[in-house]
Design a binder for this molecule. Sequence first.
Ligand SMILES: [Mn+2]
Length: 316
Amino acid sequence: MTNILDLLDSFFITPERTKAGCSFGDIDAKTTFNEANIVFFGIPLELTTTFGKGTSRGPEAIRSTSARQIETYVYDEKKDIRDVAKIFDLGDIKIPHNDEGKVDSVFAFLDEKIPALVRELERTKKKPFMLGGEHTITYFCFKGLSESQPLLIHFDAHRDLKPEYEGLKLCHTTPFYRLINEGYIKGKNMVQIGIRQTDKEENNIAEKNGIVTIDPWEIKNNIDNVTKYISKVTSNRNVYISFDIDVYDLPYVPCTGTPEPFGLDPFEILKIIKSINDSANLVGMDLVEVSLKNGDYREGALATQTLLRIIPRKYV
Ligand SMILES: [Mn+2]
C-alpha cells in the first residue's frame, strides 16, 4: 500500500468538515498520520436504534467537548495526553445510504471497509479508537482485530447478545452474539461489566459460552474484588475495550437511547479502567451509543473524560 492516507481520504470526511468542525481534542495539527500511535475515527451510524434517537451525533459530541470544553491535561494523572500519545483523527466514515431501508447495503459497506481499515492500522502499530454511533459497529471493528485473540472487556448496561432483534440478525442488540456465533470470540475471552438489563435467553447464552459477568451490585458491594480480578485476567493479555456509555448510571447519561438506573459512577469506572494490568496490550477500543440532544453536551463530556483516563494508561 503506497499511501494509505490517500486511500482513507476517499472514504472519510475530515474532522474539520464533520459537524463538530474539529478533530478529537483539536490536537492533531502537529501529529502526522504516519507518526500517530492512536487513530480516532467516527462511525455516526444510526440505522437500527429502536428507542431513543441521537447516537448519529456521538462523534460530534465527543469531538466538540474534547476540543472546546475540556483540557488535554488530565488533572488526576498530572499528564497531558499530548505528551503521552500521538493522536490522529481520520474524521467520520462516509456512510452511503445512512437511512432506514438500506440496512443491508450499509452493513455490507462497513463489513468491507472497517475490518480492513483496523487490520491496516494494527499492522502499522496504530491503535484504532472508534467513536459511535450505535453498538452494531463493534462487530466490524472487533472482527478485524480478532486474530490476536484479545480479551474483550465490554462495558454496558446491556448484554447485546440477542440472536435476532425485530427481524434483524445484525443490529445494536446483537453484535456480541454474532461475534461469538461466527467464531471471532470465545465466551471465555469476554468479560461484561455493568450488566443490569437483559432477557433470559441472553443470560443463557452468556452462561453457556462462559462469559464472565460483573454486574453493578457486585461492583457496589466489593469493587476491590472486581479490580483484583480484572488485573489478574488482563495480565500479559491483548485486550479490546468496547465501551457503551450507558454503563454509567442513568443520571450521568441524559442523551443515550436506552439509559438504565442502577449503573456505575465515574469513580467506579475509573477504578476499573485503572485495574487493567499494565502488562496488557490494548489492540483497540470503541466508545459507542453516545448522543447529543438539545445542546446537552454532558454525555460528550463524560465520554471524552473516559477516553482521557484510558489514553495515559500503560496498556495503551
Ligand atoms: Mn447499552
